[in-house]
Structure formats: C-alpha cells, structure tokens
Design a protein around this ligand. Structure first.
Ligand code: CA
Length: 664
C-alpha cells in the first residue's frame, strides 16, 4: 500500500485555538470520473464531491453535485466536530473484488482510490475519516482509535451532512412518527415518496427522511445518498429536515422501539461508524447499477450451510389471514409445486390456526411435493401491540434458539420475522442476533415491517430479503395504492431496490385483489406490467402474489414466464427511464437476458432502446397488444446495434427475454 504524506496548504487566520491551518486534499476516482475534496475550514472538516467532464473548450471541468458539507462527530469523551487540526492525509489504491450471489451483479471487480484524513481536537483526541472513491461512488466512515484508557465510545451526534446546489429536487420517503400505524408498529420504511419535490418543503411528519434518498441536481445529474455496513455496532440513521440545502444525518427518534433503547449508538474502540454512500453522475445508469452498498462491507460470519434462493408462493398476500389453515396452505404448496417454485411462505397465526403438531404434517407434505417452507414470526416483544402469533419468541434469545432448533428438526428452511421497532442500535442488535442464531440452524431470514437492509446481502450468508417499502399488501388494503402501483414501481429501481434487496411480494395476476378474484380492490396495471415487475424488482427469494386460479385463468405463456423467471442476477444494466415515470432495465442470469419495461405515465411511451443483444437475435417479446390491454407474446428480432422498439401504454409494460443469447 502506498502512503503519502501530503503537503498542506497553509492559511493564517484566527480562531479559538489560535492559528488555523486550512488544509485540503482532493482525490479523483481511478477512471477519472468522480472527484472528492476534503478540507479543514476554521477547525471544521468538510467534503465536496462531483464529477469530471469535458468542458466546451475541451478542458476538464468539475461539476459540483454535493456542495461543501460537514463531517465530524461528537463523542461522549470529546467533540470531534470542531476545533480540529489536520494531522495527516494518506491515499492508496484499492481493488474491490468479491462475489455477490444474491443481488443484481454476481461478480464485482473494480478499482477505487482511498483517502484517509486524520484530525485531532484541542484535547489531542483523534479521529480518522476514511473515504473510498470509485467512479460514480463515494463511501466514507469515521474510525476512532482507542483514546488513552478509554476503550469505548458513545456517539452523541454526528455533524455529517449532505448539501445540494440550489434548484436541486428530491425523491424522498418521509420518516413516520414512531409508535403509530397498525398495532403501533411504525416506523417501517413504508411511507410514500414525493417525486421532484423542492428541497425546502418540510417532510410529512417533520422527522426528515429515510435512506436512500435520490436528488436531481437540475440538469447536471443525480445523487443517491444512503448508508451501508450497519450492524449490531451502530444504529440506522436518516436524513433530517433540510435547512438551506443541507440535510443533516440524524439518529433514531427517542420514541422508537416503544421508547426502549438509547438513541445514541456505542461501540468498542478502536472502532468505526457505518459507511455513508453517495452515487453521483450526470445520468441514471450508475444509480441503477451501483454496488456501493456491498463494495465496502465484509461478511460478518461464514456459514456451513448452502442456502438456495428462489421463488415462493404466499397465500396471505391476496387471501389474507383467513387462508392460514391447513387446506389453503396445501393449495399454495401445490401451486408452488406446479410452478416449480422452491418455497411456500406460511404467514401469521399458523401456530394458532394450524397448530404445531399439524404443522409437522404440513411440512412433510410440502417436502413430499419438493417444496420447502418459510414460517412467519412477530419480532415482538415489548415494542408494539402485535397479537398475531407466534409472538415473543424472536425477541428472547433463549426462546429463539429453542424455536429455531424445532424449526430445523421439522425441516423448515426459513423464517419471516415481522414488525420491528425502528432503527435504534438495540433493534440492529436484534436483526443480527436473529440472523446469527438462524444460521446455526440452517435457516434463511426475511424481514418485514423493518428497516432498510444496509449491505446485508454480503454481510450475512442467510439473509434473503427485507420489505422496507410500501409493498404489495397495500394493493389489497386500499385502492389508492392500486392507482399508484405503476408510479411506485417506477421509483424502486432507482431508489429503494438499488441499494438493497426488496421483498415486495409482487406480480399480481388477479384482476381483483381478493380470494375469489371478484371483489376488493381492482388492479389497474396490465398483466405484462406485472410480469415485468418480477424482473424489475429484485429479491433473492421472491414470494410472488400468484394464486391457484392463475394456473388456469391467465394465458399459459404468463404462467410459463413466471415458472422461468430467476430472482438473482449476474449483471444489471439501466437502459432508459425517469424515476416515477418509466423505466427500462436489463438483467442477465447466466446466458439469459431479461429486459423489463414499466410505464407509469398517463400517455403511451414509445421508445427505441438499445439492448445488450446482437443484431438478429431472436427474442420473446411480451407486450400489451395493439389495444394496450391484451397480453401478447411474439418472437421478434433485435435490430442493428441492438435497437428494439417498445410501446408502453399507461400502466403497461414489456418484457424481452433472450434465452442463451450472446451479450453485446
Ligand atoms: Ca408491511
């Protein structure tokens, strides 16, 4: 590793400590696309970031996407946000290489430049800020050494913030009040996004916004802000209310988790905070394709188990609580078997409505049909009013381990744990404890009613999904969400689902969202739109909203498509789109390409897109027919240069499927 002691730029001024040394360091990403400037101004550490482009005269030009923004933290033992002096900066090259078996890209191999800035306060207490700068991505975290005899830290607040240029518009989801909603289970990342909103508008609840946040910097481009590497050693953070273009990083609200647990995170020294990440570029491709959430984290443990990702059926999503009985579960196990799916998820009340003894029979029945089971649990506990069973098992280490051993003995392969209490460190410890104990018993884990996953696909070998989105259940609950289904779907590939897997429970092929397909809310999207979401949305285990009647009441080619669609991808490429309006993206699984297109706009979108496929390649083209409502499958040839014409009606979509096609 190359280490350089960098020459300092000296400016003389006055401050409380006397002479101020204003010093700065700039690094540019290995491919020359992205720059980062870190500076000390009057004892405060700041950073500025943007991209490099050629100006009209051909000379390189820097476009600032993140204006000078604050860094630092206030520890319980001292203030590391001001009165700082610059000690040292060092840079190095870093190769980022790893396999990621359950997300949008299976092999990551890229170069980064690191910058580590060491500062100290007047009490000679030190802190490092460590940056990783890739083309289009920046991650940074704080590293704290042991401070003399002091071997632990409580972080009282962070100075970290994100300041955007005037005129920037936002695509943000507000943080809700704590202890509201169904059985007082919020916050759970299930609020509605506002597209292209001005920065100065207050958030819906006055508590800022949850990660990730997308910002459009006028015509200069886009910035996605998030965090990763959050585990039992910190809390989940969020963006506070905007003040003069600055979004401060904030810790959880005291009321979360029923008021239990501290707001301020703590960890042993030496130690680090999580990484905060920026993806920034003139266009949206680096946003949709980013792997920064996984580039800077490490596995927390290895496993002796081989976990298998795949598809599942899930009765609860359309048939709801009334379907949690033996006979209906047999029907959904049979559906999974007919579809060639790996899993069935049995939701809340199975302990009561089926009972543990008959669950043994059901598990054996499923396995006789080649289907493995996921069982539902409440996380609670003492942080909500959930009464759906099983309760009070996952929160208690002794009961949890016993339960997991029972699951393992019965041959269950996974659990879904629902209704967590917020983002405090106490709750992060619970997520990690569940994952760790579950791995001991060979169980995969899906979280619902939960926080955003932050690098967890790489950190925990048995982690296979999080909701943390206004998911498909809302389509059943209220027509408003059906009317907004296309709009929301056209946001996720750019925001929520690009930083982490998303257990949405989608692809509804019923026209009506009730058990009989004859009442309840009405789906307003087309069938092909729904098929396209199976590709556009990514989760390593997708529990689709298919029902037994779909085997016979939708065109056979739709069923065949749903039998074949993969849930993990070797490669993802953005093709076209705008958040909340429309999206076209391509994903590769082995040698098969799946291109998904969704349109949320009132008008039909007509596009000529460039596919990653050679001219003349014959593809399956799933579209909405001439009338924009008739599901149609035809074979079509890719044009010169990968050109392909798409017509996407309002609420409609398309899928292009190329099996064993060569990539271009
Ligand atoms: Ca939910």
């Amino acid at each position: 590793m190359r280490k350089t002691l960098l020459a300092a730029v000296l400016l003389v001024g006055t401050a409380w400590s006397g002479v101020v040394r204003a010093e700065e360091e700039t690094v540019v990403s290995p491919g020359g696309k992205t720059f980062l400037k870190v500076a000390l101004d009057e004892g405060r550490l700041t950073y500025t970031a943007g991209y490099c482009t050629d100006g009209e005269d051909g000379a390189a030009r820097e476009v600032v996407m993140l204006e000078k923004s604050p860094l630092g933290l206030v520890a319980n033992f001292g203030d590391l946000s001001r009165g700082l002096s610059w000690k040292e900066a060092s840079t190095a090259d870093r190769d980022i290489r790893y396999d990621l078996e359950r997300s949008k890209a299976s092999r990551v191999d890229k170069k980064a430049r690191t910058l580590t800035v060491r500062v100290a306060n007047a009490q000679k207490q030190e802190m490092e800020v460590e940056f990783v700068v890739e083309d289009c991505n920046i991650a940074f975290r704080y590293n704290l050494p042991k401070q003399g005899e002091t071997g632990s830290v409580r972080v009282m607040s962070e100075a970290t913030g994100f300041r955007f240029p005037v005129g920037t518009t936002t695509f943000l989801s507000p943080q809700s009040d704590a202890m509201i909603g169904w059985k007082r289970t919020k916050p759970s990342y299930e609020e509605e996004y506002k597209p292209d909103a001005p920065m100065d508008a207050p958030s819906q609840y006055g508590h800022g916004y949850t990660f990730p946040g997308l910002f459009r910097v006028g015509t200069d481009g886009w910035v996605l802000v998030s965090e990763t590497g959050v585990d039992s050693r910190y809390c989940g953070s969020r963006l506070g209310e905007c003040r003069d273009g600055l979004y401060p990083l904030e810790f959880p609200m005291p009321e979360e988790n029923n008021g239990n647990g501290t707001v301020e995170p703590a960890f042993a020294l030496p130690g680090s905070t999580p990484w905060r990440t920026l993806t920034l570029a003139p266009d949206l491709a680096p946003i949709v394709e980013t792997t920064i959430p996984w580039d800077v984290v490490e596995p927390r443990f290895t496993t002796s188990h081989k976990y298998k990702f795949g598809r599942g059926t899930w009765s609860w999503i359309l048939w709801q609580d009334g379907s949690i009985n033996y006979d209906d579960q047999v029907r959904f196990i049979d559906l999974a078997s007919a579809m060639g799916y790996e899993y069935t998820l049995i939701d809340n009340w199975w302990d009561n409505n089926i009972g543990r003894e008959r669950m043994g029979d059901l598990i054996r029945y499923a396995r006789s049909k080649g289907v493995e089971l996921f069982l539902w649990y409440s996380s609670s506990g003492y942080w909500n009013d959930i009464e759906q069973g099983p309760v009070n098992l996952m929160c208690d280490p002794i009961a949890r381990k016993q339960e997991m051993r029972w699951l393992q003995q019965q041959g269950v392969k996974g659990i879904k744990v629902d209704f967590f209490g917020g983002d405090k460190q106490e709750t992060m410890r619970l997520y990690e404890a569940i994952l760790s104990d579950a791995d001991d018993c060979g169980l995969m884990v899906i979280f619902h009613g939960c926080t955003l996953p932050r690098g967890w696909e790489r950190m925990y070998p048995n982690y296979v999904g999080s909701e943390a989105v206004l998911a498909s259940e809302n389509l059943v609950f209220n027509q408003h969400f059906c009317d907004n289904e296309a709009f929301n779907a056209c946001l996720h590939p750019f925001i929520r689902n690009t930083v982490g897997c998303m257990e949405f429970g989608g692809t509804v092929l019923n026209k009506r969202l009730n058990k009989g397909n004859d009442g309840g809310t009405t789906r307003v999207t087309t069938d092909i739109f729904e098929l396209a979401t199976a590709v556009a949305f990514q989760n390593p285990v997708q529990n689709f909203a298919l029902t037994p009647n779909n085997l016979t009441d939708v065109p056979a080619f739709e069923v065949d498509f749903m039998k074949a669609v993969p849930t993990t991808w070797d490669e993802t490429r953005f093709i076209d789109g705008y958040p909340g309006r429309y999206v076209v993206l391509a994903r590769r699984h082995g040698q098969d390409w799946y291109v998904a297109a969704l349109n949320a706009q009132e008008e039909t979108v007509r596009l000529t897109v460039e596919l990653p496929l050679p001219a003349g390649a014959v593809v399956d083209y799933y579209h909405d027919g001439k009338d924009g409502r008739t599901p149609t499958l035809e074979e079509k040839k890719v044009g010169k240069g990968g050109k392909f014409k798409l017509t996407l009606p309002s609420g409609g979509g398309a899928v292009i499927r190329a099996v064993e096609a060569m990539s271009e």
